[in-house]
Every structure is written in C-alpha cells, then in structure tokens.
Design a protein around this ligand. Structure first.
Ligand SMILES: Nc1ncnc2c1ncn2[C@@H]1O[C@H](COP(=O)(O)OP(=O)(O)OP(=O)(O)O)[C@@H](O)[C@H]1O
Ligand SMILES: O=c1[nH]c(=O)c2[nH+]cn([C@@H]3O[C@H](COP(=O)(O)O)[C@@H](O)[C@H]3O)c2[nH]1
Ligand SMILES: NC(=O)CC[C@H](N)C(=O)O
Ligand SMILES: [Mg+2]
Length: 532
C-alpha cells in the first residue's frame, strides 16, 4: 500500500475551511490560526481544480500568499468560478492580489514595496473584517506588487502610507482580502481579523475542539478495524502515546503495542517506555530487541536519506515479525493482525511532500521512508493534527503530564544524529554526551523553555585539543537547543552561559574522545532542527 494513501478514518473529517497554498511560507500557520479559532481547516495545493475543492464542502476558502506575481506568465491562477460558488473567500497577500485581478481590479509593480512591520489605517465603519479593531494598527507586510484599484463592487477598508488599497471587501458576495499577513504574530490584530472573517463573514460557529476529535476518531477507528487486531508502533514519544491511547479507547484488547529497541535510543529510554507507559495506560506491550538488525543494515552508510530509508524499512520488517508472532501465539482462534497504528502528524505528511506538493526536505521514516511493499493497512488517527493539538488530545484522554509534555525525539533516533557512519561505539559515546546535556538542562529547569535539544556527534570530524598536558585528536559534539511552536520553523534557544559552560565541561571531562563542544546558532529556516 503506498504510504501517501490517507487511511480510511480520514473520511470522518468535518467540513473544512480550505487554505489554498500558492507556495506560501506560512500556509501551515494559516491553517493553525484557523484551528486556534476552533474551526477545522485543511491545506490544498493551488493546482487543485475548483470542482475538487468544492466537492470537499468547504465552509470557507482562504487564499494564501506566494512568491509569484499575478501578472507574470505561468503564475498560479484560480478559476473565477471559485468566487461565484457562494463560498466565502478571504485572500491574503498573493491571494488578495489574485482576487483583485481575477475580478477586474488592478495589480502592478508600482514601486510600493513593503517588508516587515507596517502601520495600517483602517476605515472601518461597517467593515466585517475591521469593526471592533483600532483605526491605526500594525501589520506584517511582505510584498513588491500592490493593488491600485479594487474590483467593482468592493469597498476599500484599509490603506498604508504607500498602498492605497491594503484591504477590501464585498460583503454581499462574501469576498474579503488583505494585502498583509494576518497569520503572523507581528500583525497585532491578525487573529481578530481572521476570526471576523470566519465568524461574521462566513458565519461559521467555533465548535471544533479536541473532544470532538476524540469522539470522532474513536468511532472512525472502530469502523475501520472492526473485530480484527492491530499493532501500534510505540516509541515513548507523545504522538505514538496519544495514538495508542486513542486506539486503545476504541478497540481495547484488540490492540498490542510494539516497542522496537533499535539500538538508536537515548540512555534509559527503553526502560522508561517499558515501565512508565504501561503503568499509565495498562496497554499490552511487546518489546522487540532489534539492535543487531538495525546496526547491520546501517553498516557502512553515511548518507542521511539512505539511513532514513533503511530505518523506515527495518521498522516495518520488525512490525511484520511481531505480527507473525502475535498470530502464532493466538493460534487458530485469533483474528488477523491487519492494522498498523502510527502516530503520524500533519506536519510529517506535509514535510514528506505528501500534503501540498511541497518539496521533500527529508523522508520521515513513518511517511516518505515507508517501504513500497508494506502490507499493513495504516491507522493514523492524528494525521490531521498539529503537535499542540495532539498534546490537548492526550490531556483529554487523561495521559500523565510527563508523557504529554515530553520533548519530541525522532523515530530514527541517534542514527540521524551521528554525522557519518553509525556504529555501536559511536552510539555509546553520543548516548553519554546526550545524557549529560539532558541532565543539566533538566537541573536548570529549562525543559519547558526549549522545544528539544538534539545532541549531535560529528563522527567524521576531528580536531586537536590539549588535555592533561597531552595532545588529543577527538570529535566535536554539537548542541542544538531550539524553541518552536510546531517544528516547522524554529529559533535557536538563548540558553544561559552558565548552563552551556557546565554541559561543555562535563561532556569534555566525562566522554572519552570528545574534546570540543560547539553550539548551533542557526534558525529554521535555513537549518533544519536535526542535522540529517
Ligand atoms: N522505537 C520505536 N518503536 C516502535 N514504533 C516507533 C518507534 N519510533 C517511532 N515509532 C513509530 O513512528 C511514529 C513516528 O515517530 P515520531 O518520533 O514522529 O513520533 P513519536 O515518537 O510518537 O512522538 P515524538 O515526535 O513526540 O517523539 C511513532 O508515532 C511510532 O508509531
Ligand atoms: O518521527 C520522526 N521521524 C523522522 O524521520 C524525523 N525527522 C525529524 N524529526 C523531528 O521532526 C521535527 C522537525 O525536524 P527537522 O527540522 O529536522 O525536519 C523535529 O522535532 C525532529 O526531531 C522526525 N521525527
Ligand atoms: N507574500 C506574498 O504573497 C507576495 C506576493 C507578490 N509576490 C508580491 O511580492 O507582491
Ligand atoms: Mg519520537
């Protein structure tokens, strides 16, 4: 079964607000902001035919920004029919400009460029978007083209020092647009304006909550799995813990969780999964020791994508082996184990290029890294959710705080934190360094301030040091502490110097072969969070 096939339980999604992605930096952020307004949203690529969009029964449509210029040849377009279907539409930046030109207004490159924080003057009397917001507000702009004339029938509702048409609306036709980016934090009344569109313009009720998600998913999982059995890949991370708890709620003892100890885990992690998770949920757990298998398959490989593919493949082979064992244990009486539950999230799908036609940055082992010949039917109840929403679902299900608030750890584990070939010795070395960094961050009370802190071993790099009056020629360790909302973008965390100093001293003193500790001060973009 191809990995991009949405599992059957996706059919139960509520009618969405569609975010049409014109190649925006922030399409995901728009979708999140809509959900923060308690309205369900989904992203679709701009190449989706209008009929296909309308077939999803959208409650409203948002047109995102994008890098193109509407007057360029080959720039993405939208069929006029979209504006005539009676579905409320909100255009932002490129989406605003496209709405303007498609409906007879004028957009050109007239030198009215604006980048960053910009003061906006609102003429709000009777405006659906702006009523109740201040006359002067700060917005985030990022454009080189501008609208110089709104289409007929539209009222201009805002302007800036250089742009006369910075927002317009046609309340009768339920069409709205703004030149700026309401979705970014720096736009002071962005969320309010977006909510005005959703609630007032489109008349949507804010009813989408995580308790709906729990109810709907449980029903969908029961329908999908029926009386058959399922296994769930359990990693100790938030996503699989929440997925397992949801599926357990739906099908109880038909579920067995499988924890794969691939030898790429951090210090103490396997013990923690075995003890804590079972204690918290009472789930049936099968632990598979697959260290040798993974290390053999990874021997001699240093290319990151190759590593990811190998790890993805071996995961599935281990799940198949576990499946066979469970069937054998149950004997004749047992139903087939036909389903594999995974804690796949919406960003995993989008980043693996499966959601919006975006580029493949790295193959997540559970999406783009799955082998072609997988025979399980996938159950992925979190495939539509963002991380913070998953945490809310976990809370709703009564999972303990220390599971729900855990920092993410990638499925391929330390395998993608060794730059170079993965060997047992290198893993042991990295495990020690990582344990020290985690211990000190926890001791300093910083766990909640950072999103995660990968610790990376540059196995193919050596540098000269001096220790105990002697020369050393060892490897550097990289600390990569980041802060983030959803791992799609991130900034490096400004950790206190004393904490960094303590980590550095301890690692170089306590870990053989490491004589240097460096700090990664790159945001995402341009860096990613993990090094591979
Ligand atoms: N060691 C493992 N054993 C079994 N399944 C695993 C293991 N590691 C990952 N998986 C499966 O792959 C999925 C994706 O891994 P990922 O690391 O994104 O999620 P997670 O570990 O559940 O959560 P988090 O992102 O918070 O670490 C998991 O939800 C789980 O189903
Ligand atoms: O389960 C996973 N399988 C993977 O293959 C994988 N790759 C990265 N990550 C995690 O995803 C987030 C974003 O990471 P990047 O900025 O490196 O893409 C960060 O939280 C990473 O730790 C993964 N998780
Ligand atoms: N951020 C955007 O959507 C930019 C739209 C268009 N390319 C401009 O520069 O005006
Ligand atoms: Mg994980």
């Amino acid at each position: 079964m191809p990995s991009a096939t949405p599992p059957a339980n996706e059919a139960h999604a509520p009618d969405p607000v569609l975010v049409v992605d014109f190649g925006a930096q922030y399409a995901q952020l728009i979708a999140r902001r809509v959900r923060e307004a308690r309205v369900y949203s989904e992203i679709v690529p701009s190449t989706t035919p209008v009929a296909e969009m309308l077939a999803k029964n959208p409650k409203a449509i948002i047109l995102s920004g994008g890098p193109s210029s509407v007057y360029q040849e080959g720039a993405p377009v939208v069929d006029r029919a979209l504006f005539e279907a009676g579905v409320p539409v909100f255009g932002m930046c490129y989406g605003f400009q496209l709405m303007a030109t498609t409906l007879g207004g004028t957009v050109d490159d007239n030198g009215a460029r604006e980048y960053g924080r910009t003061p906006l003057s609102v003429s709000k009397s009777g405006s659906t978007l702006f009523e109740g917001t201040p006359d002067e507000q700060t917005v985030w702009m990022s454009h080189g083209d501008a609208c110089s004339a709104a289409p007929e029938g539209f009222t201009v509702t805002a302007s800036t020092g250089v742009v006369p048409v910075a927002a317009f609306e046609n309340d009768e036709r339920k069409l709205y647009g703004v030149q700026y980016h309401p979705e970014v934090m720096h736009t002071t009344h962005g969320q309010q304006v977006l909510e005005h569109f959703l609630y007032r313009g489109a008349g949507i009720q804010p009813t989408w909550t995580t308790s709906n998600v729990v109810e709907e998913s449980v029903a969908a999982i029961r329908e999908q799995v029926g009386s058959k059995r399922a296994i769930c890949g359990l990693s100790g991370g938030v996503d699989s813990a929440v997925a397992a708890a949801l599926v357990q709620k739906a099908i109880g003892s038909q579920l067995t969780c499988v924890y794969v100890d691939h030898g790429l885990m951090r210090k103490g992690e396997s013990e923690q999964v075995e003890k804590d998770f079972v204690a918290a949920t009472g789930v049936q757990l099968k632990v598979v020791d697959a260290e040798e298998r993974f290390l053999t398959a990874l021997a001699g490989v240093s290319d990151p994508e190759q590593k990811r593919k190998i790890i993805g493949r071996e995961f599935i082979r281990v799940f198949e082996q576990a499946q066979a064992e469970l069937v054998a244990e149950a004997g004749e009486a047992g139903e087939d184990v036909a389903f594999l539950v995974q804690g796949t999230l919406y960003p995993d799908v989008v980043e693996s290029g499966g959601g919006t036609g975006t580029a493949n940055i790295k193959s997540h082992h559970n999406v783009g890294g799955l082998p072609e010949d997988i025979e399980f039917e996938l159950v992925e109840p979190l495939r539509r959710l963002f991380k913070d929403e998953v945490r809310m679902v976990g809370q709703e299900l009564g999972l303990p705080e220390d599971i729900v608030q855990r920092q993410p750890f990638p499925g391929p584990g330390l395998g993608i934190r060794i730059v170079g070939e993965v060997t047992k010795d290198r893993l042991d070395l990295l495990r020690e360094a990582d344990a020290i960094a985690r211990e000190e961050l926890t001791a300093a009370g910083l766990d909640r301030d950072i999103w995660q802190c990968p610790v990376v071993l540059l196995a193919d790099v050596r540098s000269v040091g001096v220790q105990g009056d002697g020369r050393t020629y060892g490897h550097p360790i990289v600390l990569r502490p980041v802060s983030s909302e959803d791992a799609m973008t991130a900034d490096w965390s400004r950790l206190p110097y004393e904490v960094l100093a303590k980590i550095s001293t301890r690692i170089t003193n306590e870990v053989d072969e490491v004589n240097r500790v460096v700090l990664d001060i790159t945001s995402k973009p341009p860096g990613t969070i993990e090094w591979e």
